[in-house]
Design a binder for this molecule. Structure first.
Ligand SMILES: Cc1cc2nc3c(=O)[nH]c(=O)nc-3n(C[C@H](O)[C@H](O)[C@H](O)COP(=O)(O)OP(=O)(O)OC[C@H]3O[C@@H](n4cnc5c(N)ncnc54)[C@H](O)[C@@H]3O)c2cc1C
Length: 463
């Protein structure tokens, strides 16, 4: 068997509960959410603590045996799926080590789910604002490693802005402790930040020291109907002042049509509109949310930015509005194959991106069904293209490389990024190596070689 010496050593030295070669136990770790990649691994490691992670990595390093790291397995670019490497899951690193309301920090192990972190913050009257539709399964280690975004970036930033630092086992099995929750620390390179968005290529994050925030006194969610992405952008410019806006999500008509076909989802409007924006404001002062939303929307209507609006008046209604947005991707499944992109451009160029991309992809594949939606407030659009009704799914997916090039050429021409929040993983490695500047690629390779000279950690990912 490949890597036999390392596997024997891992089995001899780690406790029996911390590894498995049972096919049934391994199976769920080897497939992923979108069914795009089927993985393989000779052994699954589930270390119980940082020390066991370090032991496992030291053994693999001694035998030059590669490791793939997996958290909650919700990644969308395949980086967590092993291609024959040893698979290390952080699922048992699931303790919250400390919460300190005075210093606004929490130290949690890498395998704690995002939802558990949010709930633990809530228990002490604070807020951890990272919010993704996958929060019940994704882990804090995965969030740091992918620098996850989500729906609150417009106010709170991406994951890298939400952490003080991280603890990580490096490729030689040594431990880096960057958990000190200091707001200011200018003693050279910020090594924890190097691990953010590194997709497990520079170290295995075993714990994180995350920032907590005072809970806002109140909040309100609104769905506004608008004529076009350009009007949505003008609305964004009107409402983004004052540190209140925490969500600004774009939904096209087609998305509303798909989402409202899912059980339990309802169009909040009686009339049909071409585009929608889902907004949320948070309040720390004595402002009455309903009055504020009403006043703001009236001004937006007067200015010709908003056609119609619904203000959520209960938690249930507020949740229903968010569910329409969060289930957009899933609601596309019944229409067949989709080619997906997670791109960003400077926020002001989002309307140009949507117009250019829609024209180019429908010219290339007539009757394909583009669905541009997502984080307009961050210039981040999920650009999913559904297959034409009459085409076979396989025939459409065969066009993916050409369609990707069309979309990414437009992204490049607008000064954007081919991966706004999901990362590079296995999926976009080829595109990154063709499109990133030679200087960027060289620096990334030099950093990787310095920290992992034998290419042990996530060797199939990123570079
Ligand atoms: C329904 C759904 C909605 C989503 N919405 C969003 C969204 O709004 N915004 C967004 O940014 N993402 C979103 N995602 C993508 C995904 O949830 C995030 O990328 C998340 O951060 C991945 O966390 P995970 O624990 O599942 O990581 P995994 O999928 O297990 O791994 C992801 C990558 O991180 C590496 N990794 C994982 N843990 C560690 C660790 N401890 N140390 C080092 N490397 C590690 C893996 O090797 C892999 O390369 C969504 C996914 C789904 C399925």
């Amino acid at each position: 068997m490949r890597y036999a010496a390392a596997i024997d050593a891992l089995k001899n030295i780690l406790p029996a509960k911390s590894w498995s070669q049972n096919k049934d136990i391994l199976a769920p770790y080897l497939c992923e959410w979108r069914d795009r990649w089927q993985g393989q691994a000779p052994i699954l490691l589930r270390p119980a603590n940082t020390e066991e992670v370090a032991i496992a990595v030291r053994i693999c390093a001694a035998h030059k045996t590669p490791i793939t790291i997996q958290g909650g397995n919700t990644g969308l670019v395949g980086g967590q799926i092993p291609q024959g490497e040893v698979l290390l899951s952080t699922i048992r690193l699931n303790k919250i080590r400390a919460t300190n309301a005075d210093n606004l920090h929490m130290i949690c192990e890498a395998g704690v789910t995002l939802q558990a972190v949010q709930e633990a913050a809530d228990m002490v009257g604070l807020k951890f604002p990272l919010s993704l539709a996958s929060e019940g399964s994704c882990t804090i280690g995965g969030n740091l490693s992918t620098n996850a975004g989500g729906v609150h970036v417009v106010k709170y930033g991406t994951t890298r802005q939400l952490v003080y630092g991280a603890e990580a086992v490096l490729a030689d099995g040594s431990l880096y402790d960057g958990l000190n929750p200091l707001r200011k620390d200018n003693t050279g390179y910020d090594l924890s930040q190097l691990l953010m968005g590194a997709e497990g290529t520079l170290g295995i994050i075993t714990a994180a020291s995350v920032k907590l925030f005072p809970k806002p006194k109140d909040n309100i969610r609104v769905m506004a109907a608008v004529e076009s992405p350009a009007k949505a952008l003008q609305l964004l410019n009107m409402v983004r002042g004052g540190y209140r806006l925490c969500m600004f999500e774009l939904i096209p008509r087609l998305g509303m049509d798909y989402a409202t076909q899912m059980p339990g989802h309802k169009d909040p409007f009686t009339a049909k509109y071409p585009w929608y924006v889902l907004l949320e404001w948070e309040f720390d002062d004595s402002e009455i949310p309903q009055d504020f939303a009403q006043k703001t929307l009236e001004i937006a209507v007067e200015r010709g930015l908003v056609l119609d609006a619904v203000i959520a008046t209960s938690e249930a209604q507020s949740g229903a509005l968010l569910a329409l947005r969060e289930n957009l991707s899933a609601s596309q499944k019944p229409i067949g194959a989709t080619i997906k992109h997670d791109i960003s451009v400077p926020t002001a160029k989002v309307p140009d991106f949507i117009a250019l991309a829609n024209a180019a992809v429908t010219k290339h594949t007539p009757n394909c069904r583009p669905l541009p939606f997502g984080h307009l407030g961050d210039g981040n659009i999920h650009y999913n293209i559904g297959q034409p009704e009459v085409m076979q799914p396989d025939a459409f997916m065969a066009l993916e490389p050409e369609i990707n090039d069309i979309v990414y050429d437009i992204v490049d021409s607008l000064g954007g990024s081919i991966s706004a929040e999901h990362g590079i993983g296995i999926l976009k490695k080829g595109q990154l190596s063709r499109r990133a500047s030679p200087a960027k690629l060289q620096m990334m390779r030099q950093i990787k070689t310095a920290l992992d000279p034998d290419n042990i950690l996530n060797p199939s990912v990123l570079l």
